[in-house]
Design a protein around this ligand. Structure first.
Ligand code: HPA
Length: 275
């Protein structure tokens, strides 16, 4: 039988968190690379590094922290994932999605996934914020491969609407009210860690993808499997489609993400108040 994380592993991980806190969050938020500003902008109750939780993967990438932060945005109880782990770090997909699945098991109503990604839509520019309408994970393994635990979700989940339509509308209304420009688009996940070759960029654009990145899609599948309501926001940090002859560097991407991250922070804070 395939070695797959099942509900028991997730329950063990959940218990590891529950030994540290009985906090019950309403909203879970994953902070993508360079988008960690929100972590300093909430009323913190407690922080738990993944490294102190048995069974949790550890983040190995510079600029990616790995901790849960429990706290409040105004009076709304939230849990932040300040950093995530990625498939390219060498963890199997079932392990990559463990921290988000534990957030779902902690009792949140909604999960907001954020990420930094390369732009494929020619109308975008570095700093564009994009509401994720749909995703493509055909280029990465599914986190659902292996025996299915029916208590988590069904064997063959419907993924025709991973990103909740009402939440997309709410996000747009909130962005309008705040005067923040927000595009729509679809996100394509690759394994990384290499950025794209010019030919790969051309192929992803041909498929109609608006943004390409190395995270999020697998989390979307795992959370939809559990029946969660999901909102997704991408921060475009570089134009993969235009700059095919320029180098994309981790440092440059983090700089843009830090700048655009301030807008994203404002948007997420306000949308959480309205959920
Ligand atoms: N490709 C993949 N992931 C990324 C990119 C990119 O161009 N930019 C930021 N994350």
């Amino acid at each position: 039988m395939a070695d797959n994380a099942n509900l028991k592993d997730y329950e063990l991980a959940l218990n590891a968190v529950r030994e540290r806190t009985d906090f019950v969050p309403k909203v879970g938020i994953v902070l993508g690379s360079g988008l960690g500003g929100l972590a300093d902008d909430i009323e913190v109750v407690t922080r738990i590094p993944y490294s102190e939780l048995e069974g949790f993967p550890r983040s190995t990438v510079e600029g990616h922290k790995g901790e849960y932060i429990f706290g409040y945005i105004d009076s709304i109880p939230v849990v932040l994932m300040n950093g995530r782990v990625h498939f390219y770090e060498g963890y199997p997909m079932q392990k990559v999605v463990l921290p988000v699945r534990v957030m779902a098991l902690l009792g949140v109503d909604v999960i907001i996934l954020t990420n930094a990604a390369g732009g494929l839509n020619k109308n975008f520019h570095p700093g564009t914020l994009m509401c994720i309408n749909d995703q493509n994970t055909a280029f990465v393994p599914s986190p659902l491969i292996g025996p299915n635990d029916d208590r988590l979700g069904v064997r063959f989940p419907d993924v025709s609407a991973i990103y909740d339509k009402d939440l997309q509308e709410l996000l747009h209304k909130t962005a309008d009210d705040l005067g923040i420009e927000l595009e729509d688009g679809f996100y394509l996940q690759i394994t990384g860690p290499a950025y794209e070759t010019p030919n790969e960029v051309a192929m992803y654009a041909m498929l109609g993808a608006d943004a390409v990145g190395m995270s999020t899609g697998c989390e979307g599948v795992a959370l939809k499997h559990m029946g969660m309501r999901i909102m997704g926001i991408t921060c475009i940090t570089d134009m993969a489609i235009v700059n095919t002859t320029f180098e994309t560097s981790h440092e440059e991407i983090q700089k843009v993400a830090n700048r655009a991250g301030k807008e994203l922070q404002r948007l997420v804070k306000e949308v959480v108040r309205r959920i």
